[in-house]
Design a protein. Structure first.
Length: 232
């Protein structure tokens, strides 16, 4: 008779335990998804941050002889602007050929346009002579005010630079009569010389003269400055 405390065949029990354990192990070791797998040695910091694409014009690079060509064009353009605007360089001639447009009013006075009065004052004849003796440079001679009034100014404007100090000295003005006011050189009336002021630059020279007696340089200088700014 067998002992009930001593199992006759312990193997089925061991098999059951083994099968249960195996089932538990299988449940615990689930397959890792392919997307979660990482190559050996890779860390989160190894992944490079994507850079935004540069705009097309920033991706264009100027190389080789084009650099020299572009630089030369920039220099030539700068020289052209200096010659035309500031009267410097070989293109200064283009500036001297520009016309001069006189303003309709100056110092609150109307420009004289009547042909008979202009002929009496010889404005157009003086302009032609001035342009001729200055190698064809553009010039204008205008008068503002009334011929029978107590305020009239004659304006002479010439394209290009004029040696003002030499012109004043050649006029016979003495050092006592020459005054510097602002950017203008003025000459007090003396003898046959009218009160006048010169305002110039590399591209334009303006002379303002008073046609009336008893007018000082402080009254003529603002007219010269206004004419210069209007005609440059």
């Amino acid at each position: 008779m067998s002992d009930p405390t001593d199992p006759a065949d312990p193997k089925p029990t061991e098999k059951a335990v083994t099968t249960a354990d195996a089932g538990a192990d299988t449940a615990e070791l689930a397959a890792v998804p392919a997307s979660a797998e990482k190559p050996a040695g890779e860390t989160p910091g190894d992944k490079k941050t994507e850079q935004p694409k540069k705009k097309w014009w920033r991706r264009i690079k100027v190389r080789g002889p084009w650099v020299t060509v572009v630089a030369a064009l920039v220099i030539l353009l700068a020289l052209a602007l200096l010659g035309y605007i500031w009267g410097l360089g070989p293109l200064n001639r283009l500036n001297t050929e520009r016309g001069i447009t006189p303003p309709a009013k100056l110092a609150g006075l109307d420009r004289i346009t009547d042909a008979n009065i202009r002929n009496q004052l010889q404005l157009d004849q003086t302009r032609q002579a001035l342009s001729r003796i200055n190698n064809g440079k553009q010039a204008t001679v205008e008068a503002y005010g009334t011929i029978d009034g107590n305020r009239m100014f004659v304006i002479i404007a010439l394209r290009g630079k004029v040696d003002i100090d030499k012109t004043v000295a050649d006029s016979g003005a003495t050092a006592d009569n020459i005054k510097k006011i602002g950017s203008s050189t003025c000459v007090e009336s003396s003898g046959n010389l009218p009160t006048q002021c010169y305002r110039g630059s590399n591209t334009l020279t303006v002379i303002a003269q008073s046609a009336n007696e008893g007018v000082n340089v402080d009254q003529v200088e603002p007219v010269a400055e206004e004419a210069f700014k209007a005609m440059r």
